[in-house]
Design a protein around this ligand. Structure first.
Ligand SMILES: Nc1ncnc2c1ncn2[C@@H]1O[C@H](COP(=O)(O)OP(=O)(O)OP(=O)(O)O)[C@@H](O)[C@H]1O
Ligand SMILES: [Mg+2]
Length: 251
């Protein structure tokens, strides 16, 4: 059982090389990062510096060459691939640059979909999906199909879908990459509300320095290394009831 002050996420001496032909190319070069409860981490760095590789390693998708990824004290690579897949489904919500939905399902059915897969009953899944659409003021679009939505709305749908399982950590890789400035700000605002009110920890990659202001912690990467970490705000104080919250439904 993790203690109250256990970091939500910890990356320890993380190295990752890819084998290209016979040569091992180092992509992550001994990274160390601690993320406290309720932090909003923004990762910046030039293209190719290893940001997505870092996110994928944290998600349990890329076995590190050396080092560890701890989620609330649990070393995720001590689990086998199936165990990691279940853990990822329960504890992480992932938002990518490309919206992610099923074309033949409407908005609310799409949001309920991850819960259907996880074996939650249809009624309960639809109830939780409706709650989250409501939270993001998106309930008016419940009956729309993805192709009837704008790019920003499709991204909002992807976000609702990523959040419906009530994950501990939201991982977002360039979530605003394909959106215009105004729509992107809306999405950032939604993420910030989720962070401050629902106390979800967020780790987001972006190329846009304008979003530095949303961060509690800024991480600057360069050439596979963390060049600088700037703590902008103290992490939230963790209370026992918050830890209980993390295991219960908040939506
Ligand atoms: N599966 C792979 N096999 C070999 N090399 C890879 C693999 N995945 C990533 N790389 C290499 O690792 C480096 C970092 O890639 P990564 O996608 O993490 O960069 P990034 O910082 O996310 O870039 P961008 O901002 O363009 O998305 C790149 O040089 C890339 O070629
Ligand atoms: Mg990337």
């Amino acid at each position: 059982m993790a203690k109250l002050n256990t970091p939500t996420l910890e990356v320890k001496n993380l190295k990752k090389s890819f084998l290209v032909g016979k040569e091992a190319i180092p992509v992550l070069k001994e990274l160390n990062l601690k993320v406290g409860f309720g932090e909003f981490v923004v990762i910046l760095g030039p293209s190719g510096c290893g940001k997505s590789t870092l996110l994928n390693t944290i998600l349990g998708l890329e076995q590190p060459t050396e080092g560890q990824v701890l989620v609330r004290g649990k070393d995720i690579y001590t689990m086998d691939e199936d165990g990691r897949a279940t853990f990822r489904r329960q504890k992480f919500g992932v938002v990518y640059q490309q919206p992610n939905w099923v074309r033949s399902l409407n908005v609310i059915e799409n949001v309920a979909f991850p819960l259907n897969i996880a074996g939650v009953s249809h009624g309960e899944a639809m109830k939780r999906a409706r709650n989250i659409l409501y939270l993001f003021k998106f309930d008016n679009y419940a009956k729309y199909y993805p192709m009837e939505l704008s790019g920003g709305q499709q991204q909002k749908l992807s976000m609702c879908r990523a959040l419906v399982s009530n994950p501990w950590i939201i991982m977002a890789d360039e979530p605003t990459g394909n959106l215009d400035t105004v729509t992107a700000e809306d999405l950032m605002y939604d993420l910030k509300v989720l962070n401050s009110e629902s106390k979800r920890t967020i780790v987001m990659v972006t190329h846009n320095p304008a979003y530095e202001r949303y961060a509690t912690k800024l991480v600057y990467m360069e050439d596979g290394k963390i060049k600088r970490i700037m703590q902008r705000e103290k992490p939230m104080e963790v209370k026992q009831e918050d830890v209980v919250d993390l295991t219960e439904e908040v939506f």
